[in-house]
Structure formats: C-alpha cells, structure tokens
Design a protein around this ligand. Structure first.
Ligand code: GDP
Length: 445
C-alpha cells in the first residue's frame, strides 16, 4: 500500500532529518518535493495544495523543541496533516445501535467490489459485533449476481435472502425487510445493483431502495486503483443518495494512494473500511492514524516528538543545552534527564523509540536495569546537598555513606550514579568536539 509515496517522502525526510537547523528555505524546498510526490500519487490538486500550505505554515512558524531535531518536528507536522487529510484521528465505525433490523445499503459501480465487500461486512458483523446478519442481493442487472452473494454467504456462514427470479429491486428490498423482522435479524445488508457508469436509472433505483428501507448506513464501494475516478464517482453519488461513508477496495494493490488521500476532502465523507484482498476476511476498519503511519513509515519519530512535546519543559531543555555545549554537566542536570526519561515512559520505552537503539534496549533488558533504577537514582541525587550536586568530586566516603542512608540505598548504588554521571559528562565533551549539539544526532542515527 502506498509504496511509491512512502519511498518519495522517505527520501525527502532522510535529507531533512540529518540537519541540525532548518531554514525557512529548507522547509519550502522540502515541501516542493512533497507536493510533487503527492501529485504523482494522484492526489487531487486542490487537496495537495492545501496540504502543503498547512504544513508550511506550521513548520515555518513553529518554535523548535530543543530535544528533537527540526527535521523530526517537520515529520510530525506532516504526519498530523496526513491524518487530517485522511479523515482525522477518529476511526469511523458502523452505526449499528438503532432499532433492528439496522439496514446497511451498499452502493457502487459494477466491478468495484461491492458484492465481495457485502460478504466481508456480513462476516465482520457476525464475528466482531456478535450480531445476526442477513444479506440480500438487489442486483438484477448483472447475470448471476444474486447467486454470487448466495455462494459468498455460504462461505462466511451468513444467511442470504432466498432468490425469487424476476423480482425487481424495490420489491426485493421490501421482502428482505420483512424477512429480517420475522427472523429477528439485527443487521440487514442490501447489496444493490451497479452500472458501468453513474447514470440516472441507477440513481433513481438507489433512491427508491433507500426510500423503502430507511438505511442507517449507505456505504459507497469504490475501487482505490481507479484513483481520481473513484473520487469523482463518490462525488456523483453523494449528490444523489445520502452516503454515510466510503469503502475503498483493492487497497492491497494501491501503490499510489490518491483516492484515499483525496476522498475525505473532496466528498466530505469518511472512509470507513479498506478492502485489502480477495479473501473474505481481508477488510480493515480505516484508521487514519495508522494509514498515515504506514505512508510515512516513521511512527517512531512521531511518537518521540509527541512525548517530547508533552513532557519537556522548554527552559529546562534550553539551559541544559547551553551547559552541555560548554561541556558542563552536573548531577542536577543528570537528575533532570532522569526525570524526563521517567515521564517519557522509562528506559525501555525510550530506547525502543530511538531509531537505531534497539540494541541498547536489548542490553538494558539483559542487564536487569529497569525503571525502578531511575527512581532510586533520583532519590540518591535528592539526598545530596546542592553543593555536592554541583561538584560531585566533593563526595568522599563519609558523604557517600550519608547519601546512601538518606536515600535508603547502598554506597555501591551511589557509586553507580557517580560513574554514570562521569560517563555521561565524558560523552558530552566528546559531542562538543564533534561539533556541539548537532553531533547528538550522530548518537541516535
Ligand atoms: P461488484 O461487481 O462490485 O459486486 O464486484 P465484486 O464483489 O464481484 O468484485 C470484483 C472482483 O474484485 C472480485 O474478483 C473480487 O475478488 C475482487 N475484489 C474485491 N475487493 C477486493 C480487494 O479489496 N482486494 C482485491 N485484491 N480484490 C478485491
């Protein structure tokens, strides 16, 4: 899914991420490339334009958090805008709570995957929602369409309405409603007829069926591989029948993603499901956050930035950055770092999120060092006097004993904290030699 777009964006961000500082021009250059990538992915022009405007405005105006690189911050802004473009943070599920039988009407052109999707949803409603479903094919256009649904129904073990040859769609809908009531069905799925193109006869039929069945959901099924055509089809339908959502099929083969990315903005309708294969369980609730994550492939960076933004106080970070740049790093600074680590979800969490730090995480686990250690270290530093924190070399044997007693630990542990501090300040000095804070990136690269 979205492979081409992912690759293109990946290239843009790889270049941005390495930089220590980003100028407005850097951001604008990058956004020009993102724009081309979106258009190549067949995203509608106004949608691409709005996307770029929004991202540029946020990226240029924003104060950069000290603890992350500007490039990482841009990744996060682009991610958030992608989520917005795909429909926002909410997953829009099915409305199944009305008085049964709840009717779901499936509409779409021929070959879009409507019948397959009807069976997939029938299975999902039975298995995930635990509700009794009935499926009825109203498709008298395509030869054997009704038989097709019957066969699929047998495969997913969901009942289908018996076929009465020659009966017309509105009458089939009425009969289906009646059967659903008699059989205490929770959800009735109506698979309507498609056409090769959107035409008046099709729209009149959809309106008539909706008129007799009062559907809770009207889901339009479109083939994502048709890109902007799918978006146009959705626009035509939404002018005629009250669509409640869209199902994008063949997302498994869609390397471009233009339909998914433009659908919401152009039609105003949420994408509720994605079809991801021919098998009858190949359907996913459409989750904009997850899809954006897949497109960018940088979930680690995004969550890192989210956590950093939520927890790190700007002033702390700035003061620390200055001291670090000068090669000063005392136990107060170590304590601040420890507390940040704790609020960011502990050691394992942090190591897991940093690109390239998987090994560090494994090493941590192997050493038996866990988050309790952070709490102990904090207590140890807390038992020192301000003078000792600023000048750790003051800590002789006697003072160490006092600190251990005060923090309910052992002298050994006090020594460990001091050793860690020594190692960190040595590392800081090295970073300074490597060119200041910019060198920090090299540690995590
Ligand atoms: P309808 O005319 O709209 O009812 O379309 P069908 O349900 O008969 O589907 C047409 C073809 O598309 C069938 O061969 C399906 O197996 C296939 N199809 C449907 N949805 C998907 C999907 O999400 N992914 C893939 N790869 N194939 C699909």
């Amino acid at each position: 899914m979205f492979d081409n777009l992912s690759d293109r964006l990946g290239n843009v961000f790889d270049r941005l991420r390495g930089r220590g500082a980003l100028s407005e021009q850097d951001v604008r250059d990058a956004m020009r490339e993102v724009r081309v990538a979106l258009l190549e992915a067949d995203v509608a022009l106004p949608v691409a334009r709005r996307f770029i405007d929004n991202v540029t405005e946020k990226a240029v105006g924003q104060d950069v958090l000290r603890s992350i690189t500007p490039g990482q911050q841009v990744v996060k802004i682009v991610n958030d805008e992608l989520v917005e473009m795909l429909g926002g943070a909410e997953v829009e599920g099915l409305q199944l709570d009305a008085k049964p039988p709840v009717v779901i009407m499936m509409v779409g052109l021929q070959g879009s995957g409507k019948t397959t999707t009807t069976a997939k949803l029938g299975k999902l409603i039975k298995e995930k929602h635990g509700k009794k479903a009935l499926m009825a094919s109203l498709d008298v256009q395509r030869p054997a369409a009704q038989e097709q649904l019957k066969v699929l129904g047998e495969q997913v073990e969901v009942a289908t309405l018996p076929i009465v040859p020659g009966q017309q769609p509105v009458d089939i809908a009425r009969r289906a409603m009646e059967a659903a009531r008699l059989q205490a069905v929770d959800v009735l799925l109506l698979d309507t007829a498609g056409r090769l193109h959107v035409d008046e006869a099709l729209m009149a039929e959809m309106k008539a069926v909706a008129g007799v069945s009062a559907p809770e959901e009207v889901l339009l099924v479109v083939d994502s591989l048709t890109g902007q055509d799918a978006v146009n089809v959705a626009q035509s339908f939404s002018g005629e029948v009250p669509l409640t959502g869209v199902v994008l099929t063949r997302m498994d083969g869609d390397a471009r993603g233009g339909a998914a990315l433009s659908m919401r903005h152009v039609t105003g309708k949420p994408i509720k499901f994605a079809g991801t294969g021919e098998k009858l369980d190949a359907i996913e609730a459409f989750d904009p956050k997850r899809v954006a994550g897949r497109i960018l492939g940088m979930g680690d960076v995004v969550s890192l930035v989210e956590k950093a933004a939520a927890t790190i106080k700007e002033e702390d970070a700035e003061a620390l950055a200055k001291r670090m740049a000068k090669g000063q790093f005392d136990l107060n600074d170590l304590r601040t770092q420890l507390r940040q680590m704790q609020s960011m979800g502990g050691l394992g969490m942090l190591a897991g999120m940093m690109p390239g730090m998987k090994k560090a995480k494994a090493a941590l686990a192997a050493s038996g060092m866990d988050d309790k250690v952070l709490v102990h270290m904090d207590a140890i530093i807390g038992s020192m006097t301000p003078k000792e924190r600023a000048r750790p070399e003051l800590l002789n044997a006697k003072r160490k004993k006092r600190v251990a007693a005060g923090s309910g630990t052992e002298v050994q542990e006090v020594n460990k904290v001091l050793k860690m501090h020594q190692e960190m300040s040595r590392a800081m000095k090295q970073i300074k030699k490597m060119g200041g804070l910019k060198g920090l990136g090299a540690l995590f690269g």
